[in-house]
Design a protein around this ligand. Structure first.
Ligand SMILES: Cc1c2[nH]c(c1CCC(=O)O)Cc1[nH]c(c(CCC(=O)O)c1C)Cc1[nH]c(c(CCC(=O)O)c1C)Cc1[nH]c(c(C)c1CCC(=O)O)C2
Length: 346
């Protein structure tokens, strides 16, 4: 029988509303922090056994309807020739953000980038996918993922989480270099997502988190053509595709034409508006993750209100508008997941 998460991606009727949460494996969980006490973030991403362990933990703990591969949108950068590390954050707060010691600034830097070979360069990701599928034993589907070209480029050009000014300046000052960079990052995304699917991923999410930084004409020139190619590549494999971004709901109708089965929206749009504006795709979202930091009863009530607003029409997946935050109480996550599963319109 088709699982309710896959059914919702395809806009088919479901027995209960499927729910998962972006970053559902992470530092808000004591079990994750225990694993990270002994290994760095990149060591964790490179161990198939640990990948499987941390991916499965939130499924067992909260009963989510989908698992998401534990990895990162930047894991392939060393294979492209970039010196990636995750900085140590403040003591007791885990690692800080990503750092790239040799960021891409010129056309020559772009030309030097290699396209990764997932079998050779990222075997631990694919072994991780296989280990997760084994551990899941068919309980819920596994989502594979890659970063979108604009979002990955922002780290590659800025050298870390330092905004978008350098990358956007490159668009105007050297558009040929920018196009060449997006082209390489698109190819890298396609080979990775295809390899994850071949290894057993049953859906694919594209994290284009920072797309809302671009104006419409720049989206048309530098982003949408690449994102449509990634959608096309996933479509050929037969698994459902999910497109995630933030700050982009003013372009929702256009994004719905990129070829993805599901569009993940943030909390800046009422969920009923998102569903009404693009009835030809499934919608995922759009709960404000900060609500999970507040009182549990309010978090549950707001989840129920969102479901009422989303309405009974097939093609809806409960998720957050962006990732779950450090400090989120696990009891609140459990209460919200249970409330989604208990919800009916009758
Ligand atoms: C922008 C981005 C990155 N990585 C990712 C994105 C896009 C999604 C988004 O917008 O939130 C994607 C990502 N990163 C991670 C996942 C795992 C799957 C999941 O549970 O959703 C996914 C899907 C684990 C992670 N990726 C990272 C962590 C924290 C690392 C730790 O354990 O200390 C996790 C669990 C580190 C990371 N990785 C990245 C940054 C900026 C940081 C530092 C910020 C932070 O610490 O939260 C790059």
């Amino acid at each position: 029988m088709t699982h309710r998460f896959i059914a919702a991606c395809r806009r088919e009727p479901v027995d209960r509303i499927p729910v998962w949460m972006m970053r559902q494996a992470g530092r808000y969980q004591p079990s994750y922090r225990a694993v990270r006490a002994n290994v760095s973030f990149l060591e964790l991403c490179r161990s198939p056994e640990l990948i499987a362990q941390v991916t499965l933990a939130p499924i067992d703990e909260f009963g989510f309807d989908a698992a998401i591969l534990f990895s990162d949108i930047l894991v392939h950068l060393p294979a492209m020739g970039l010196d990636l590390s995750f900085e140590k954050g403040e003591k007791g707060k885990g690692d800080g953000g990503p750092k790239i010691a040799n960021p891409v600034r010129t056309r020559a830097d772009v030309d030097a980038l290699k396209i990764p070979d997932p079998q050779k360069d990222l075997p631990y990701v694919l072994d991780g996918v296989r280990a997760i599928r084994k551990g899941l034993a068919g309980r819920v589907p596994l989502i594979g993922f890659v970063g979108g070209p604009f979002t990955v480029a922002s780290y590659v050009v800025e050298g870390g989480s330092q905004g978008f000014t350098r990358l956007k300046t490159m668009l105007w000052a050297d558009p040929k270099a920018a196009h060449a960079l997006f082209e390489k990052l698109t190819q890298a995304a396609i080979v990775q997502i295809q390899a994850q699917i071949a290894a057993g991923a049953e859906a694919a999410q594209i994290f284009e988190s920072w797309l809302g930084e671009l104006a419409r004409e720049d989206l048309e020139e530098f982003a949408f053509p690449h994102l449509a190619r990634i959608a096309e590549a996933v479509k050929k494999t037969g698994v459902p595709s999910i497109f995630f971004s933030t700050g982009t709901t003013s372009h929702l109708e256009r994004i719905a034409k990129l070829g993805y089965d599901v569009i993940s929206v943030d909390w800046r749009i009422p969920i009923e508006d998102a569903r009404a504006r693009v009835p030809g795709v499934a919608i995922q979202g759009n709960y404000d993750s900060t609500l999970l930091l507040g009182p549990k009863d309010n978090a549950v009530a707001r989840a129920q209100a969102m479901l009422r607003a989303a309405g009974p029409r097939p093609g809806y997946i409960f998720n957050l508008g962006h990732g779950i935050q450090v400090g989120t109480p696990t009891e609140t996550v459990k209460a919200v997941v249970d409330a989604v599963h208990a919800f009916t319109w009758k």
